[in-house]
Design a protein around this ligand. Structure first.
Ligand SMILES: Cc1cc2nc3c(=O)[nH]c(=O)nc-3n(C[C@H](O)[C@H](O)[C@H](O)COP(=O)(O)O)c2cc1C
Ligand code: SF4
Length: 462
């Protein structure tokens, strides 16, 4: 599709291959020559946006961590490779095929923000990726590339919330992936003075920083892989593809009702319909595109919007979002009640329960959707879903409740006829598996068979 900057067609087998294909090491050398301030300026000028989901400008994020204040304590950087978004395989493809570029980006980030330690968080089930990262780290250390800041690969559980930035920090500290109230740039790894709650002992000093708050840069592995080339080749080169608000390339995944599942790097601004055809071969013969979900984080994309350019600003303009650029495609045979139940049940099961409105709300919505899907529901269930979706986000620590609100309400709005059909006696909806990928090889996506057995307390049914 596009000449790749991040994801090679075949894995780089050694640092030498990476070095010759991608000017390996040139970005790090440029960052060392430029120094932290100019490195951050180059990053800001490139317009690079975070690939973890929200698309936050990377330069602004790095600058805020660096400016955290003289008394803020140690700084840290954590590369988020915990990839758990349904329909997404891009970080695993990247880490397996090109771990060098991720680690070079991480090293640049660590030196630029002045980190005491750098971490890469990955699921312990990601065996090929862990092997690739360890190999790359060994090779790069032997060449003296990685300097004196230690890089540790931290492995964690399969839970969805491991990928949430503060859940990730908890895992790095040895805990369970339970999101925190305070974001990492305000209270990071190994912080000594929690600034809220009964144990508050924070000392806010003159520049507004909090003593011992340890500002921590948490950023996606794909975001980091963009950094070496931006520094080696310049921000104008980086901006030579993509759109002005979404420059560069992005690694997209396409699964679902398509001819083949796939993952590939594309130019930002490519119409979504072209991406679905280019990576997935389009819907199967004789079928029509009905909808696509960008993971389980954004409102559904309907046929009316499928030609929209895949870029942060245009996905937002159609009322959806890029998310992690993993698209679950549905054709005209899909029952969107079944889709809504699958998404809601996934979010309910994965919710950690620290915020009552999220755990109870996702649970109630799932129960009403199960009624409707089974053919035992009525209009009252729809009203109750609407009421619960209004409050599911109340006092939430993380974004998961908002995801429930955005995805489920969009499905109700976009496909009322599917819901009415079940209220009027259509056959019960099929139970759909969660497209939580465990592998994606030769056009075949394999979903985690255990997810269907997972219970809301994170144990498994036998
Ligand atoms: C429920 C939930 C799950 C998430 N999972 C991931 C994930 O698997 N990988 C990831 O990079 N970001 C994930 N995120 C986003 C992170 O919290 C964070 O915004 C991101 O790592 C920041 O990186 P970026 O600035 O490079 O985009 C998740 C967020 C939420 C709310
Ligand atoms: S919003 Fe939900 S998933 Fe996030 S911390 Fe609260 S209960 Fe847990």
């Amino acid at each position: 599709m596009t000449k790749h900057r991040l994801l090679p067609d075949l894995p780089f087998g050694s640092y030498d291959e990476y070095e010759s294909a991608r000017d390996g090491g040139a970005g790090l050398a440029a960052a060392r020559r430029l120094g932290p301030e100019a490195t951050i300026s180059a990053l800001s000028a490139s317009g690079l946006r975070g690939r973890g989901g929200a698309g936050f400008p990377a330069g602004r994020k790095w600058a805020s961590i660096r400016a955290g204040g003289a008394d803020a304590g140690d700084r840290y950087v954590v590369a988020n490779g915990a990839e758990g978004e349904p329909g997404t395989f891009k970080d695993r493809a990247l880490m397996a095929r090109n771990p060098y570029q991720v680690l070079e980006g991480l090293q640049i980030a660590a030196e630029t923000i002045g980190a005491a330690h750098a971490f890469v968080g990955v699921k312990r089930s990601f065996a090929p990726q862990i092997e690739a990262l360890e190999r790359a780290s060994r090779e790069m250390t032997e060449r003296g590339m990685l300097g004196s800041i230690p890089i540790t690969i931290v492995t964690g559980p399969d839970e969805y919330l491991f990928g949430e930035e503060t859940g990730l920090l908890e895992v790095v500290e040895g805990g369970d992936p339970l999101p925190r109230i305070v974001p990492p740039y305000l209270m990071g790894l190994f912080a000594t003075t929690p600034p809220v709650g009964w144990s508050a002992g924070a000392d806010v000093v003159e520049d507004g920083s909090i003593t011992g708050s340890n500002p921590t840069l948490v950023t996606n592995v794909e975001t980091l892989a963009n950094v070496p080339l931006i520094l080696a080749r310049g921000s104008d080169w980086y901006r030579s593809v993509g759109t002005s608000e979404s420059p560069g390339t992005v690694i997209a995944t396409v699964v679902g009702d398509v001819q083949r599942a796939g993952v590939a790097e594309i130019e930002l601004g490519t119409p979504l319909s072209e991406v679905i055809v280019g990576i997935g071969g389009g819907v199967r013969p004789g079928r029509r595109f009905k909808a696509a979900l960008s993971g389980v984080a954004n409102p559904v994309i309907t046929a009316a919007d499928v030609d929209a350019p895949l870029a942060y600003e245009t996905m937002q303009a159609i009322g959806s979002g890029m998310g992690a650029c993993g698209f679950i495609v549905y054709d005209d045979t899909a029952d969107m009640v079944a889709v809504a139940r699958m998404v809601s049940r996934f979010l309910y099961v994965e919710s950690c329960g620290q915020c009552p409105a999220c755990k109870f709300g996702t649970g109630e919505v799932t129960a009403y959707l199960e009624n409707i899907a089974a053919g035992t529901g009525d209009e009252h269930d729809i009203e109750l879903i609407g009421a619960r979706l209004l409050t599911v986000t109340d006092a939430n620590r993380c974004y998961l409740g908002t995801q429930e609100q955005r995805v489920i309400s969009s499905l109700l709005r976009a496909f009322p006829e599917d819901f009415v059909a079940h209220l009027e006696g259509a056959a019960p909806a099929l139970l759909l598996p969660v497209p939580k990928l465990v592998s994606l090889d030769d056009g075949v996506a394999t979903y985690d068979p255990r997810q269907g057995l997972k219970l809301p307390d994170w144990t498994f049914a036998s």
